[in-house]
Write a protein of this length. Structure first.
Length: 135
């Protein structure tokens, strides 16, 4: 049913829970998991050092997810993108013809919505494929 899943992953507790769910589904369906971490450049000062530091952190975040998926024997690929997180997560899903997007209900953002985080809400609004939001 789900041959390819995209997970928005930022290293937060909610995204770690989402990764665990994605792993369970991937084992059940034999799915490939595509891990996406997005650098929201609108929140990063224009200083090249700041962008470098944020990029290094993003690479560490996807490496963490990759290590977990490798230990579980799940085929996967990782992506680090720059832009609006919800837009980029949906783009990766579309570009790779994914069957499902998995996101945590909240991420590392300091600005929180009452019901869902802004990224998960944005993915729900933009995605044309099923979205699983994990609390």
């Amino acid at each position: 049913m789900f041959s390819k899943m995209v997970i928005g992953y930022d290293g937060s507790d909610h995204s770690r829970r989402a990764l665990r769910i994605a792993i369970d589904l991937a084992k059940k369906y034999g799915s490939e998991v595509l891990v996406v971490t997005v650098i929201d450049v609108s929140t990063v000062p224009g200083d090249p050092n700041a962008i470098r530091i944020v990029s290094e952190t993003a690479n560490q975040v996807v490496a963490e997810a990759s290590e977990i998926l490798s230990r579980e024997g799940i085929p996967h690929r990782t992506f680090v993108r720059q832009g609006d997180p919800s837009t980029e997560i949906v783009k990766v899903a579309e570009e790779n013809k994914a069957d499902l997007v998995v996101v945590g209900s909240r991420g590392l953002s300091s600005l929180k919505r009452i019901i869902l985080g802004s990224v998960s809400q944005g993915v729900l609004n933009r995605s044309k494929i099923p979205v699983l939001v994990v609390k």
